[in-house]
Design a protein around this ligand. Structure first.
Ligand code: B1M
Length: 212
């Protein structure tokens, strides 16, 4: 097993300290930060995402793996920034106005980061206007809205309307998700993508960024 495969394997087990040490070692050995990111950290997070989708691992496993990913990312970030490597795309994410549930949203965010996307996390209780403002300011390709309450998913329609009003509808893909949301709802409000879980949401966001 080479060092990048080792990083991937340790990340999958959530071994934060070892991931951090091996990322440092890989940098010292002159391995490119981009390769450490893609073939080590992202590759490991992809496996975790797939297992999570198939119910082979659960929320705590993903959170622990994500913590290991962040430990590695912290070391790579300055190197990636100075080498001018661009992220795969930008996603504005948040939980809709009135809604304080953020565990699922954070999982989606972590999986997206694991795909090499830049994430602007607006947190919880986010009104439609804030999604649109952040998308414009950050030149985002995707707005990702999470809702866990039937009483707050309506804000997703407002996001679609505000994006249209702002004249950026053709520039931004609107993704929706969360327990009460489904494909029919997504279509009925004119959003673009519904995904039921964090791993498939991250895959779809990456694909959407590539198309824009
Ligand atoms: Co609340 N809560 N809660 N709650 N809570 C639910 C959602 C509920 C179903 C419980 C129940 O009644 N059985 C119910 C909603 C009913 C409804 O509207 N249909 C409910 C309620 C009613 C409430 C309050 C109103 C309770 C009260 O005060 N009377 C209140 C509302 C507060 C508010 O938001 N304004 C409330 C409060 C809370 C806590 C604060 C205590 C806490 C949240 C803590 C936090 O998030 N920081 C909480 C919790 C933990 C839950 C349950 C138990 C768990 C939710 C969760 O985190 N699941 C939930 C019941 C349940 O689901 N069993 C419940 C794990 C998480 C990984 O799943 O978020 O679905 P989920 O995310 C998944 C997918 O949905 C998807 O990917 C994730 C991972 O694969 N996904 C996306 C999520 N967002 C996505 C976005 C995407 C794509 C995929 O693209 C953009």
């Amino acid at each position: 097993m080479n060092i990048l495969e080792e990083i991937s394997a340790l990340l999958q087990k959530g071994r934060m300290k070892e991931v951090s040490a091996l990322v440092k070692k890989a940098l010292e050995e002159g391995i490119e930060a981009k390769d450490i990111l893609e073939k080590g950290l992202i590759a490991g997070m992809d496996v975790v995402g797939e297992k999570f989708k198939n119910n082979e691992v659960y929320v705590p496993d993903v959170l622990i793996a994500a913590r290991a990913m962040y430990a590695g990312l912290d070391l790579l970030r300055p190197v990636l920034a100075s080498s001018g490597i661009k992220s795969a795309g930008t996603v504005v994410i948040g939980t809709c106005k009135g809604d304080l549930h953020d565990i699922g949203k954070n999982l989606v965010k972590m999986m997206m980061e694991g795909k090499g996307l830049k994430i602007i996390d607006l947190g919880v209780d986010v009104p439609a206007e804030e999604f649109v403002k952040a998308a414009i300011e950050n030149d985002a390709q995707v707005i990702a809205c999470s809702a866990l309450l039937t009483t707050t998913m309506g804000e997703m329609k407002n996001v679609v309307d505000k994006v249209t009003e702002a004249g950026i509808r053709d520039k931004v893909t609107i993704m929706v998700g969360g327990a009460p949301v489904n494909e029919n709802y997504c279509k009925s409000i004119g959003a673009d993508i519904y995904r039921p879980d964090a791993a498939s949401a991250a895959e779809a966001a990456l694909a959407a960024c590539m198309q824009k």
